[in-house]
Design a protein around this ligand. Structure first.
Ligand SMILES: NC(=O)c1ccc[n+]([C@@H]2O[C@H](COP(=O)([O-])OP(=O)(O)OC[C@H]3O[C@@H](n4cnc5c(N)ncnc54)[C@H](O)[C@@H]3O)[C@@H](O)[C@H]2O)c1
Length: 458
């Protein structure tokens, strides 16, 4: 899909450090906007793939943009920071900030990149941090950069958090809900803001606020998902259907339907990490964030619930054969970082089940030996199937073939892709978390009856 290419306020030489989901997308998209972009990647395999004009990650539309950028001469890749920094007006840091055990992010990649960029700068340079970081990090990077920079070189660090969603990263870049630029002086902020088209929604603020916008946004999204899962759990107890309940809740314009789906919980490289980062930031300052903490707790419960429901249904998991369809943390990506599907596989193995898996794209090295070439081979002889990622192709599975390939008949559809009526017709026993069959003599009916009759009986 060709996205509109509005003109940025100015064309510039840009250096992007880190060619992961964020850096590579930013590099290719900035080049498409007309900037000259040099992207630095220190992983040699990744760099070799990029230099062949291929994308090392699965992200729709990215290959075409890389090819376009390279053939126009506006996009190039290097392993040497010295090749990219001296000509740059702005250097974007897009390196990983993975979680530490204490909830704070590991900022060592960022500190290394900031130091390398500052040391390579031959003139004044604006450094924009796209990596997700706790408030105060840009100011810390400012101090580190000043230390590393050569004499007479002035480094100004800005915050420019990234909000793209994997699987629609290119589209998100060209259609942002907002671009946030945090800087503590006007010139630095303008230098970053002017790289974007003026018609895109822009929020300018100070660095700490900008950093916190990213943490707070991801935390709110996580809270929405966890709230949906909490409601889904209540639906099971009440005898209601979470899909209908949440659809009805989401139709309220003040709430909205996005991130209000129930399932095996949130995952990916960002949400758990960033919510944990927000909680840890508050805790370190003596401020508690119980809403954010609850989002994490419910998420842990949502992942475990899938395995518990399966165990209840089969009696025991030990010695069973379970097929898990889907490994990516969501459809449309090959990313398996903190994927609920992978957690489900690990927990099934830990409880004595043998597991076979299939995912159309994701191929995590640690469980590659469990992967089958297609969904039907994965479910062959399975006592039960768990659908853990909402890939559209799983909605098209032939339920007759599914049923005849399996040994058992239980299917836990955690993401609601199957047609439960069609599956039931061929004899499959479909469990949909968040949905239970109402029975008449249930406490939810009996209690209101008692309350209603209180006055009469009194
Ligand atoms: N993935 C997302 O959906 C997403 C969305 C918004 C924000 N973020 C944030 O953006 C940051 C990057 O995320 P990502 O998913 O792109 O990470 P990633 O791990 O996919 O990519 C980081 C890349 O940087 C490279 N790198 C690290 N240090 C380097 C250095 N000194 N020189 C050259 N290359 C270096 C790594 O080899 C890797 O290829 C993180 O802070 C993340 O939280 C991610």
């Amino acid at each position: 899909m060709q996205h509109p290419r509005p003109t940025p306020k100015r064309r510039a030489d840009i250096c992007v450090v880190g060619a992961g989901y964020v850096g590579l997308t930013a590099a290719a998209c900035f080049a498409a906007l007309g900037h000259r972009v040099r992207c630095v990647e220190h992983d040699e395999d990744r760099l070799a793939t990029l230099r062949r004009g291929e994308s090392p990650i699965y992200e729709p539309g990215l290959d075409a943009l890389i090819e376009e950028g390279m053939s126009s001469g506006r996009l190039s890749f290097t392993g040497a920071i010295d090749d990219a920094v001296p000509d740059a007006d702005v250097a974007f840091l897009c390196v990983g900030t993975p979680p530490r055990a204490d909830g704070h992010p590991d900022l060592r990649q960022l500190a290394a990149a900031a130091g390398q960029v500052a040391a390579a700068a031959t003139g004044d340079l604006v450094v924009a941090v796209k990596s997700t970081v706790p408030p105060g990090t840009c100011e810390a990077m400012q101090l580190l950069s000043e230390e590393a920079a050569g004499p007479g070189v002035r480094i100004s660090v800005a915050s420019n958090p990234e909000f793209l969603r994997e699987s629609q990263a290119v589209s998100d870049f060209f259609h942002p809900d907002r671009v946030v630029v945090g800087a503590d002086d006007e010139a630095t902020g303008s230098s970053v803001a002017s790289l974007y088209p003026s018609e895109w929604p822009m929020l300018r603020c100070d660095r700490r606020s900008s950093e916190l916008i990213k943490y707070a946004s991801n935390t709110f999204l996580a809270v929405k998902i966890s709230f949906a899962n909490e409601v889904a759990g209540l639906c099971e107890h009440v005898g209601a259907d979470a899909a209908s309940v949440l659809a009805g809740v989401g139709m309220d314009q003040r709430i909205g339907p996005s991130f209000l789906g129930h399932g095996p919980g949130f995952g990916g490289s960002c949400l758990t990490k960033d919510v944990s980062g927000l909680v840890a930031t508050g805790a370190a300052l003596g401020f508690s964030t119980p809403v954010a903490q609850a989002a994490l707790d419910i998420n842990t419960w949502a992942r475990g619930r899938v395995v518990d429901q399966l165990a209840t249904s089969l009696g025991s998991l030990a010695g069973t054969r379970i097929a898990v369809l889907g490994l990516a943390f969501k459809p449309g990506t090959d990313d398996v970082r903190d994927s609920p599907a992978v957690t489900i596989v690990e927990r099934l193995l830990a409880r004595g089940a043998s597991v076979s898996t299939f995912d159309p794209v994701a191929d995590p090295a640690a469980i590659r030996h469990l992967k089958q070439p297609d969904a039907y081979r994965a479910v062959s002889d399975a006592d039960a199937v768990v659908i853990a990622t909402a890939w559209p192709e799983f909605a098209l599975l032939d339920v007759v073939r599914l049923h005849s390939a399996m040994r058992g008949r239980v299917v836990v559809d955690t993401v609601g892709v199957l047609d439960p009526a069609a599956a039931a017709r061929v004899g499959l026993d479909v469990i949909i978390p968040g949905r239970s069959t109402p029975d008449t003599f249930h406490p939810v009916v009996v209690s209101p009856l008692e309350w209603a009759l209180d006055a009469v009986l009194a």
